[in-house]
Write a protein that binds this ligand. Structure first.
Ligand SMILES: [Zn+2]
Length: 282
């Protein structure tokens, strides 16, 4: 089978130190890896946000899967993304991958299924915030934003709780020639409103300098506790719960070397399209 990626761009942002590493392969760091710094290697290994392709490539309609779930799960146990042909919303939680389709239901995913865009990390809580009493998504966003130590690092976030209201969406599989993501969202996204549901929000807060690569600010997916329903989060109200934050100082970006990726125009400013695709404007 063709190796999906031959090029790895590996950028490690480590505690204010900018280190451009050599290329990293899929092999986990072992104890005989030379420790050339004062950074704990196992900590560093877990402290990496690993990403497949870029959000702008997805916005341009590059929906062909590039990396299998089996391979993705080696890079982290929490995260989000989508599937080959844009077939639903992906959530990775507790090391399991779920595919949330346009029927509103979540499905287990075979390790051979591939993704055109995903981001995962090994989640380790650095900070927890208990939410007492109802809060809407803007209030939680403000509270979490104020508690982030710096807006220049990356954070994985998990919110476990009881949600009075949860508004999610999913997208259906596309056929080639693939339309732009903004057009899929405009015509085909399926929106679901869940009431009084227990579950978990999973996602990231990323700095504004990731524009074009990932989603600046918050990007969340949701799945209920029974792992039956969920999707890309558009809005919610939480009754009570806990926000867990994992500060992530490493970033590894795996770019496809497909002809489509090599030829796609990534110069076009897609900021407005990204806002339309990710946020709830109703
Ligand atoms: Zn999403």
């Amino acid at each position: 089978m063709k190796k999906p990626f031959q090029l790895f761009i590996c950028l490690l942002l480590v505690s204010g130190m900018l280190a451009l590493s050599g290329c990293v392969d899929d092999t986990p760091a072992t104890s005989d890896t030379p420790d050339t710094s004062n950074i704990n290697q196992s900590e560093l290994q877990n402290d990496i946000l690993y990403q497949v392709s870029t959000i702008d490539a997805l916005l341009e309609g590059l929906y062909d899967g590039q990396l299998s779930m089996g391979e993705l799960k080696e890079q982290g146990d929490l995260g989000l993304g989508t599937f080959d042909a844009l077939d639903g919303e992906m959530i990775v939680i507790d090391g399991e991958v779920y595919q949330m389709k346009t029927d509103g239901y979540a499905y287990s995913v075979d390790d051979s299924v591939t993704t055109p865009f995903a981001a995962v990390t090994y989640f380790e809580t650095d900070e927890a915030i208990v939410l007492n009493g109802p809060s809407n998504s803007s209030e939680v966003a403000l509270l979490v934003g104020e508690s982030l130590p710096s807006k220049n690092l990356m954070y994985a976030i998990r919110i476990d709780g009881t949600f009075e209201h949860m508004k999610v969406r999913s997208v259906p599989a596309q056929e080639e020639p693939y339309p732009l993501l903004v057009d899929v969202i405009a015509v085909e996204q399926a929106v679901f409103e869940l009431e009084n549901v227990e579950g978990s929000i999973v996602g990231f807060w990323l700095p504004y300098y990731v524009e074009g690569i990932n989603v600046p600010g918050y990007h969340f997916h949701f799945i209920d506790t029974d792992r039956e329903k969920g999707g890309h989060v558009l809005d919610y109200t939480i009754l009570n719960g806990t926000v867990y934050i994992d500060q992530t100082a490493g970033f590894e970006l795996s770019l496809p070397e497909s002809a489509e990726f090599m030829d796609v125009d990534l110069l076009r400013d897609k900021g407005d399209e990204l806002h339309t695709v990710e946020k709830d404007d109703e």
